[in-house]
Design a protein around this ligand. Structure first.
Ligand code: G3P
Length: 225
């Protein structure tokens, strides 16, 4: 599983980089707008926090393919490793062909159907981002849609990876992992929930109590070896 964090909140990103096996950070226009500061500043701050080797995804905003390509090039001039997110509109698919021919990695985004994903993969997208919770919200089945995308990638032996996005709970993440999704991007609050279980907390508390009863408070293995 390739884990990414879906946010531009620098504090949350730095915390997740420190704690988790994080492969990258994804942003979108809404996420960026929430920060209410210059885009360049946001992207450079995220890069500083995640280091040179993790992925950073940022989205184009133009309505026509040629301008999307110019946006992609401009984003890459700020950060040469940036992965460019492009929505799966007709102009977006055209832009994916143009951007891919420049050797720039693409994440196809705002995906709600498997056929959008398939065409994006054929057009050159590396990651395909289905919006799982937004599908669930309209009485569709986000996990099932993503699972069909995984099947299409296998059927056609494509290089693209499903990047599950738009999660509101850990069960959606879990079901997507079972469906064979290659990667997920998760907001910080849901990401933290992936490790939460009261029996884990009480189990660790029990270990501490038993240990401290014999070896003393605030000691660890190093103190007693
Ligand atoms: O990055 C795109 C996706 O994660 C959107 O999520 O929560 O706005 O549906 P959400």
């Amino acid at each position: 599983m390739i884990y990414m964090l879906d946010t531009a909140d620098i504090k949350a990103i730095c915390k997740a980089v420190d704690l988790y096996p994080l492969a990258g950070v994804t942003t979108n226009p809404s996420i960026v707008a929430k920060e209410n500061r210059p885009l360049k500043e946001i992207l450079l701050d995220i890069r500083e926090c995640i280091g040179p080797d993790r992925m950073l995804h940022a989205q184009v905003m133009a309505k026509d393919a040629e301008t999307m390509l110019q946006e992609a090039l401009a984003l890459r001039s700020i950060d040469p490793e940036i992965i460019v997110k492009v929505p799966v509109t007709p102009q977006g698919i055209k832009a994916m062909k143009l951007i891919a021919s420049e050797g720039i990695l693409i994440t196809a985004t705002a995906i709600l159907t498997p056929q959008q994903a398939l065409m994006a993969a054929v057009a050159g997208a590396e990651f395909l981002a289905p919006y799982v919770n937004r599908l669930d919200n309209i009485c569709s089945d986000g996990v099932a849609v993503a699972a069909e995308m995984v099947a299409l990638i296998e059927n056609y032996n494509l290089d693209a990876k499903v990047l599950g996005a738009s999660f509101k709970n850990t069960q959606q993440v879990h079901q997507l992992a079972l469906a064979g999704a290659h990667s997920v991007t998760i907001a910080p609050d849901v990401f933290d929930q992936l490790l939460v279980h009261p029996l884990t907390d009480s189990g660790v508390a029990g270990f501490v109590a038993d240990w401290e009863g014999v070896y003393g408070a605030d000691t660890n293995v190093l103190d007693v070896l």
